[in-house]
Design a protein. Structure first.
Length: 364
């Protein structure tokens, strides 16, 4: 199976010479990009989750991949980049590294690189929101390589958060500046899925705390810091939603180790509401709902459901039925008993219930 990072790692294209193999030259853009990825800066490969696509792991098409066209031009593929928490679109572009000037505006005074005999430079293709299409070029000093010296990568672009897409080695050939090699330097920020394991600390109601590591006391709550975590809801009240399984929680920044205002809030199972209307004329009837009603967190056998019985004439309302006496709930089936004894001849029932988008035993 091909990988998105194959160009960066193995330099398998004809215009590439260095990757991350034992015999390759490790250049600074690789290392600085790894540091940027620690800040969640990088190319966002949106198509990577499209498992029906044969090109989702293609390292040379899309996702801001860079390739050569002729001796002087760099082709940047369309893609999405995240830098400093913001997302940017990159459109396909073919740029002549020896003649364009706009891409050099930020750090090379809008001047394209020049070279003479035996000289080389390193040019970086990097993300720059101040330039059209968000793509900038920056080059380093010219080096005479006749004595075995090697040109160095520029570093001016590191004054801001950024991502380097490619590194080009420029040389002087046929009386002009040409691209000798073009190396893939992209790093990626995968757009999910994200693993979240269950928080366990020996407590039946494990919550984030400052003493989970013996001898190492942390400092929660921290102002302006909230976070997502997962745990088994068992222990939160008498009959917690989703107990026995792993569910998501959000921890606020006001207090810790408890639920309530500023504490930890349970996110899943989600609570959604639905309404089902059906006919009912007094004989027993089984009505199938789209989803299973959740159970009450106060009473083990009570479901979050309300059934209104009414007639076609006015006044319409006859009664609010009593769960357990007038009707029963089993998974997503509601059985309304016969001959309930209320005044009026019913024609319909309307069921309002709370669910989590599932059928079956969703509340252990």
């Amino acid at each position: 199976m091909a990988g998105l990072g194959q160009g960066h790692e193995t330099a398998f294209q004809s215009y590439q010479t260095d990757g991350l193999r034992d015999t390759d030259v490790l250049a600074s853009p690789t290392l600085t990009n790894f540091n940027e990825r620690g800040l969640l800066n990088g190319v966002v490969p949106i198509i990577s989750n499209d498992y029906d696509s044969g090109s989702r792991n293609n390292s040379t098409s899309g996702n801001c991949a860079c390739s050569t066209s002729g001796n002087q031009s760099i082709v940047i593929a369309a893609g999405t980049i995240c830098v400093d928490g913001q997302f940017y679109s990159i459109t396909t572009a073919t740029l002549n590294a020896a003649s364009v000037t706009a891409q050099y505006a930020t750090y090379n005074s809008s001047t394209a690189p020049t070279l003479s005999s035996n000289q080389e430079r390193i040019l970086l293709v990097y993300f720059d929101p101040a330039i059209t299409n968000n793509i900038g070029f920056v080059y380093g000093d010219a080096i005479d390589t006749s004595s075995g010296a090697y040109p160095q990568s520029p570093s001016a672009h590191l004054a801001n958060q950024t991502v380097v897409l490619a590194s080009a080695r420029l040389h002087f050939n046929s009386s002009e500046v040409q691209i000798a090699s073009l190396e893939d330097k992209r790093v990626f920020v995968r757009p999910g899925p994200y693993p979240v394991s269950s928080l366990i600390d020996g407590s039946a109601a494990a919550m984030p705390a400052n003493n989970m590591l013996s001898g190492n006391n942390a400092n929660l709550p921290i102002t302006d810091l909230g976070f997502i975590f997962a745990r088994d809801p068992a222990g939160l009240g008498s009959y917690a939603d989703g107990r026995g399984a792993t569910h998501l929680f959000y921890q606020s920044d006001l207090r810790i180790n408890q639920s309530g205002m500023g504490g930890a809030y349970q996110i899943t199972p989600t609570h959604r509401q639905s309404i089902k209307t059906d006919t009912y004329t007094g004989t027993q009837k089984v009505i199938t709902l789209a989803y299973s009603p959740l159970e009450s967190q106060d009473e083990a056998t009570t479901k979050l459901i309300s059934v209104q019985m009414y007639k076609s004439g006015t006044p319409r309302h006859i009664a609010t039925l009593v769960q357990g006496s007038d009707y029963t709930v089993s998974d997503n089936s509601v059985t309304i008993n016969a001959s309930l004894g209320y005044t009026g001849t019913p024609t319909h029932v309307q069921i309002t219930y709370t669910h989590a988008g599932h059928t079956g035993d969703v509340s252990p």
